[in-house]
Design a protein around this ligand. Structure first.
Ligand code: HEM
Length: 568
């Protein structure tokens, strides 16, 4: 059976080469490790500002190649001032603009549309970081003890501008909803028009980096609303993956060494907001606002493992190509261990971000697509007369789970229904390079028949099962978080990304549970050692129990939440 897959593979003239588009300069080709036909960065190349921030690499994983830029140039001082005064709670204990519904007026009276035509990452940054190159060099030398090592020589300013304009846009549009939610636990209507002082520069910067003009998780894909985006610019980021900074630039991406750059609910101390060269001399004592930052930073510490995921996923595909079963088993084992680390890291969410606090910032990450607060979308003044609709920021834009889905050939097992269509739509909301990599993995896994290869041998099948079980474990933990952080506090039928809150996550979790159960029945326990046999038995037993519980939960929740929370 495998040989038929291999024959298909050989028969295809060659595996289609996934182009990285016009942004694949010679330097990158030299540095990139060409894995089959998809170039994966072995080094982060932080000084190379000609390639996007978000490039899949075995060191940076799905994180940007350089640390995010925290402080904008003087030209954007007014926006910076608004963003600092905006959070619900400020560091000095006073209330910010959003707390009293003053952000809208402040935007109208203070903000002008800044010119960004001349800004490119290279030009804007020249002369900006006198000391950082030295720090970066030292960190590179020292940092190998800390994983992953991400360079920070030059900052991609366009991505930082994108982050800040999208923060301001969401706060402006959703400010009335937040006020109403605090009074009545209902969102009402958001502002339906984004003023030109935000809309014009936001549309321009989004266009420059090939992103949608709306807050995303770690987005960036081709942007086609106004002006066709040049394929050569496809970086960007939003609220999570481009919203962190190190307290001590010499140290790695551990939770204690991270802080957020922007926030809605807020209250980061002044020193954290004004990142400076002396920053690393400051104390790294835990902030009193840990819980508010925790949600964002916990994502970052999870994604910090993604370089290993990329390594082991591609190793497993390579091993099948060589018909090298021992290497395949090793890669699969390492992959499941990495997913386990990520899942363990996810468990810290419970202590780092309080469930009751989550609703305080959640309003501001709602989208304008499929949300009752924006029945007619949003007009971007000075940009387009036609209303625009965008999904809100969601972990569904993260690439780690889609990587597992595609590699393990789970994507094709999702039910053929409108909920799965939402999953596909979400997968277009991510950096272009991530999207191309995920498509490559999906195609490659299908071509070599990864699941089929795994199931031909009981030990390989057990390793394969262990990985599917980690994807299950992620989705199961995630469903628990959703029940505790959202469903317990809110009756709103739609999640921030616009998916139906009650049925969408169980759609995928249910499909993965079915695969776990199905694969478990294929494995002959007599061919396994005691440890592996117990593992397979435990995984199968748990999946059967969880599937029954999930079905009961969804039935009960459907009755409670009604139609809107059910249909895609
Ligand atoms: C308190 C913590 C969290 C809550 C309440 C939460 C909630 C949600 C919700 C409601 C969705 C549905 C999509 C939508 O927004 O419309 C979603 C999707 C998703 N989130 Fe989270 N999330 C949390 C933490 C995380 C973390 C830490 C990650 C790690 C990367 C993550 C990754 C994902 C993924 C991958 C999906 C898509 C799920 C799938 O493919 O089945 N989430 N999340």
């Amino acid at each position: 059976m495998l040989s038929s897959s291999m024959q298909r593979l050989r028969a295809s003239a060659s595996i289609r080469s996934l182009s990285t588009g016009a942004f694949a300069p010679t330097a990158m080709r030299l540095h990139a490790h060409r894995l089959d036909h998809f170039p994966i960065l072995r080094e982060t190349m932080p000084e190379d500002t000609k390639i996007p921030s978000f490039m899949v690499g075995t060191k940076n994983g799905f994180l940007p190649r350089q640390d995010p830029m925290a402080t904008l140039p003087d030209r954007f001082a007014k926006m910076d001032s608004l963003l600092r005064r905006m959070p619900l709670n400020l560091a000095d204990g006073s209330k910010g603009l959003l707390a009293n519904g003053q952000l809208g007026d402040a935007v109208h009276s203070e903000l002008e549309a800044c010119k960004i035509d001349d800004i490119t990452d290279e030009r804007l940054l020249s002369g900006k970081c006198e000391i950082l190159p030295a720090i970066t060099h030292l960190r590179h030398l020292l940092q190998h003890a800390h994983r992953p090592s991400i360079g920070c020589r030059l900052f991609p300013a366009l991505t930082a501008l994108y982050r800040d304009y999208t923060f301001l846009a969401s706060a402006y549009l959703l400010e009335p909803c937040d006020i109403m939610y605090r009074k009545k636990s209902e969102y009402g209507l958001g502002r339906q028009v984004l003023p030109s002082s935000i809309a014009v520069p936001l549309a321009q910067v989004a266009n420059k980096i090939g992103a949608k003009p709306f807050m995303e998780y770690a987005l960036s894909y081709r942007y086609t609303y106004f002006i066709p985006a040049p394929r050569s610019h496809t970086t960007s980021e939003g609220r999570i993956l481009y919203n962190w900074q190190r307290k001590n630039p010499f140290k790695g991406l551990s939770y204690d060494n991270l802080d957020v750059i922007r926030s809605f609910a807020g209250t980061e101390s002044e020193k954290q907001h004004s990142f400076s060269h002396q920053y690393f001399f400051l104390s790294s004592s835990p902030s009193p606002h840990l819980f508010r930052k925790g949600f964002i930073l916990n994502h970052v510490t999870m994604v910090a493992y993604s370089g290993d995921l990329i390594q082991h996923a591609t190793d497993s595909l390579d091993a099948i190509m060589r018909c090298d079963r021992p290497s395949f088993n090793r890669a699969m084992k390492s992959l499941s261990v990495t997913y386990e680390h990520i899942n363990n890291e996810m468990d810290f969410m419970w202590s780092r971000s309080e469930a009751a606090d989550y609703q305080k910032s959640r309003t501001f990450i709602m989208g304008t697509k499929n949300q009752p607060m924006f029945p007619n979308g949003v007009i971007y003044e000075g940009v387009s007369d036609k209303p625009l609709f965008h999904r809100g920021e969601s972990g569904a834009n993260d690439s780690m789970i889609p990587l597992g889905d595609n590699l393990l050939q789970l994507t094709g097992t999702m039910p053929n229904n409108p909920l799965t269509e939402v999953l596909r739509d979400f997968r277009s909301y991510r950096p272009t390079n991530h999207k191309e990599f995920l498509e490559y993995v999906q195609r490659r896994a299908d071509e070599v028949g990864l699941k089929e290869f795994a199931l031909q041998d009981d030990l390989s099948a057990a390793f394969y099962l262990a990985n599917v079980d980690q994807i299950r474990a992620f989705r199961h933990r995630h469903w628990n978080l959703t029940k505790e952080y959202i469903l317990k506090y809110s009756n709103h039928p739609v999640a921030t990304g616009g998916s139906p809150i009650v049925t969408w996550l169980p759609n995928q979790l249910g499909a993965v549970l079915s695969t776990v159960i199905e694969v478990g029945t294929h494995i002959n326990p007599a061919h396994l050692d005691t440890e592996a046999r117990h593992l397979v038995e435990e995984i199968s037993r748990r999946a059967n129990a969880q599937k029954r519980v999930l079905e009961r939960e969804v039935t009960a929740l459907k009755e409670k939440f009604g139609e809107e929370a059910v249909r895609a």
